[in-house]
Write a protein that binds this ligand. Structure first.
Ligand SMILES: C[S@@+](CC[C@H](N)C(=O)[O-])C[C@H]1O[C@@H](n2cnc3c(N)ncnc32)[C@H](O)[C@@H]1O
Length: 297
């Protein structure tokens, strides 16, 4: 571990220690106490679960170029396939096919590697090179919904580097090859967001910079797939749904990236008399505990 990483990790751990009460001076006399023995026996969870996560975090801090968006393979792809089938009405077999399609897609990986290298994101480039599409995490579910539902308009609010944008536009590109035209619109308040949406994928969509809700208010076309992933406060999330309520097509699918935290999409689904289903992702090889995809359909 490099000295700077060691320093930052020590600061982190120091903050943890300072929130734990000062060690009582008579602690030695308690060591034989039955309750303390029970406590130390149960402490195996620290070594088994927490320590590997803390070390994984230190490794990520040192090598990764990721900011607030993360990439990792999923342990529970089978849950995602089943979720996809329930949300889209496709058979599990069809859902499996679109998941395998994106996992085998070297064309998209090639674009991501090229653009990451152009932007000096060498660690991201090497992750895409080594682990390929497996690291897209729950975005594989977004891809599946677009491939199966064949939407004419897909909106993603909050795009960060544009990994979701690239994946969604790849789905639209394939839909176009199959004879179903569709467009993507991403929104972000950060003017430098979205650089992963490069040519030829950028031919299938565009990015509107500025506050998402302000952009959503200007939309005149019907939305077929909506993905909420911008400001993650519960209030903002709810206001995004409120803004699009009269702009949804009859069979629109609304996906929420905040549904592991709030019940806003669940409440929205109830109001629209729609089903709600949440997929909880389980990342592997990453300290991040994972988010999920809420779906109102
Ligand atoms: C979690 S990231 C999005 C990740 C992205 N969907 C992906 O697949 O990697 C959230 C993004 O929302 C943007 N954001 C935050 N508040 C916003 C707002 N009010 N309007 C538009 N974008 C916003 C941030 O700049 C950030 O890029």
């Amino acid at each position: 571990m490099q000295p700077l990483t060691v320093y930052v990790m020590q600061q982190n751990l120091q903050r943890v220690l300072s929130t734990i009460a000062t060690l009582p001076s008579d602690v030695q006399s308690q060591v034989n106490d039955e309750s303390l023995k029970r406590l130390t026996q149960r402490n195996w969870g620290f070594d088994f679960y927490l320590l590997p996560t803390i070390l994984e975090y230190a490794k990520w801090l040192e090598y990764s170029d990721e900011g607030s968006y993360y990439t990792y393979p999923l342990k529970n792809l089978h849950h995602l396939k089943s979720w996809l089938s329930c949300v889209t009405g496709a058979s599990v077999k069809e859902a499996e096919c679109v998941v395998e399609e994106i996992l085998d897609d070297d064309f998209l990986v090639g674009i991501l590697v090229r653009v990451c290298l152009q932007h000096g994101m060498n660690d991201s480039a090497s992750r895409f090179q080594k682990q390929r599409a497996s690291v897209y995490g729950r975005r594989i579910g977004w891809y599946g919904v677009v491939r199966i539902k064949k939407p004419r308009l897909v909106i993603e609010t909050g795009i960060d580097r544009g990994l979701g944008s690239a994946i969604l536009c790849r789905a639209l590109m394939r839909n176009t090859e199959d004879g179903h035209l569709g467009r993507y619109l991403g929104t972000d308040i950060n003017p430098s967001a979205g650089f992963l949406l490069a040519d030829p994928l950028s031919q299938f969509g565009s990015i509107a910079y500025g506050d998402s809700i302000e952009t959503l208010k200007t939309l005149s076309s019907e939305i077929d797939v909506f993905i909420n992933d911008s400001d993650h406060s519960a209030d903002y999330e709810a206001r995004e749904y409120e803004t699009i309520i009269n702009k949804l097509s009859k069979n629109a699918v609304i996906l929420g990236d905040n549904s592991h935290v709030t019940d806003k999409l669940f409440q929205f689904a109830l109001r629209l008399n729609r089903n709600f289903l949440h997929f909880a992702e389980e990342p592997s090889d990453h300290w991040y505990p994972g988010a999920g995809i809420g779906a109102a359909f």
